[in-house]
Design a protein around this ligand. Structure first.
Ligand code: PLP
Length: 399
């Protein structure tokens, strides 16, 4: 505790934390990971946090080892290793036909996580509003608050996780500065359709709003097609595309992400990023360039593996009595618990850890209004088939 010395004899004890820090809680996803570890050690099955329990590609592990052996041990240039930035620009061109300048439009950060908050700090003014589709990846709310902005939520409703165009229109106003679009979407697996993105783009143009789009699951699409909003007319100059190595290359612990944005936004983002973290791990950026140059067959095999896991997970949930909403993309399933229990999502998730040694995420943690998620939980399936099989046995035994 710190004493406020200006108060003399009437000294009061100051809170040792900022009021900002009280406006959000510990990440529920990380909390569930902690709880299952504490309760069951390595016997627990963590279907809460979205990280693979299988190996990263051999070629990129080799590239990382070679970089360290080759003494890539010092700070990378703050906005990112040139080879990685060139690989990012080349991939954006090859996959999406976007012409990206690696010198002026790409910034490498510590994961998509830092990329997102650094972007918002770089573009938002206090009091700006940010449109966020709800449910949402839980970082976006705190990211807005840290940036001094006010989130405006637009609901995605099950079973198809559609939004009401009128509700979206009503969320945009002259106060709106940005909209966060996460496609493919965590936690629902929604892949935004071209028509939906066109409406978002039209509103961005009309209200002079930036699209900050999190495309970290772009290679995991089971139905529909991934459309980067930057490819729509008039959007390249008002879009920040956030992406990273974590999910596509199964290296969530490497903490390498990046943004592609017009030069003026990139300048601002690079300054914020520099003073936040200086740079991402230099040897892992070198390996990242090798990752982005993997052949097409890598992405085809990745997707085939995830299709199999997805189907296994859906079969398990169906047999175990959950009401699953099959995802079109990413590697999560939102599932209703109404046929299984009268408990709420948090009570049910805690019991699942205690009784089945399986961790999931309570649905409410993806909503600003927790009541909307009280009857759902989220399963993550980036796991070996043996892990998913063991999870199946435990979940079926619950019935
Ligand atoms: N964005 C989304 C939508 C995610 O689901 C996650 C991780 O679960 C992240 C970003 C985090 O990415 P990174 O590991 O690159 O920080």
């Amino acid at each position: 505790m710190t004493l406020d010395s200006t108060q003399g004899a009437e000294a009061r004890v100051r809170d040792p934390f900022s009021s900002l820090s009280t406006r959000f809680t510990e990440s529920v996803i990380r909390e569930m990971t902690r709880l299952i570890l504490a309760a069951h050690g390595d016997q627990g099955i963590n279907l809460a946090q979205g990280f693979p329990d299988f190996a990263a590609p051999e070629a990129i592990k080799e590239a990382a080892c070679a970089a360290i052996r080759g003494d890539v041990n010092q700070y990378a240039i703050t906005w990112g290793n040139a080879d990685l930035r060139h690989a990012v620009a080349a991939q954006m061109g090859r996959l999406h036909g976007l012409d990206v300048d690696p010198e002026r439009e790409v910034t490498v950060c510590c994961g998509a996580t830092e990329t997102m908050v650094a972007t918002l700090l770089a573009v938002l003014e206090r009091g700006d509003e940010v449109v966020i589709f709800e449910p949402f990846y839980e970082n976006y709310g705190p990211d807005c608050l840290i940036s001094g902005a006010t989130p405006r939520y637009v609901p995605l409703r099950p079973p198809a996780w559609d939004f009401d165009p009128d509700e979206l229109r009503a969320a945009f106003s002259p106060r709106t500065r940005a909209v966060i679009v996460n496609t493919p979407h965590n936690p629902t697996g929604k892949v935004f359709s071209r028509a939906e993105l066109e409406l978002i783009a039209e509103l961005c143009r009309r209200f002079d709003v930036l699209a900050v789009t999190d495309e970290i699951y772009e290679h995991l699409v089971y139905a529909g097609q991934h459309v980067p909003i930057a490819t729509l007319p008039g959007m390249r100059e008002r879009t920040v595309t956030v992406n990273g190595l974590s999910k596509t290359y199964s290296v969530t612990g490497w903490r390498v992400g990046y943004a592609v944005a017009p030069a003026a936004i990139t300048d601002a983002l690079r300054k914020v990023h520099d003073f936040l973290t200086v740079g991402a791990a230099a040897p892992l950026q070198v390996a990242g360039a090798a990752a982005l140059r993997l052949p097409d067959s890598y992405y085809q095999n990745l997707l085939a593996g995830y299709r199999e896991r997805r189907q296994h997970m859906l079969d398990t949930l169906d047999r175990a009595g959950f009401r699953a909403y099959p995802p079109d993309g990413a590697y999560y399933v939102m599932a209703g618990i109404e046929d299984l229990t009268d408990e709420d999502d948090v009570g049910f998730s805690r019991r699942l850890i205690a009784d089945a040694a399986v961790a999931v995420v309570p649905g409410s943690s993806f909503y600003a209004e927790p009541e909307l998620g009280r009857r759902m939980v989220r399963f993550a399936f980036p796991k070996r088939m043996a892990t998913l099989e063991a999870a199946r046995e435990r979940l079926l035994a619950l019935r």
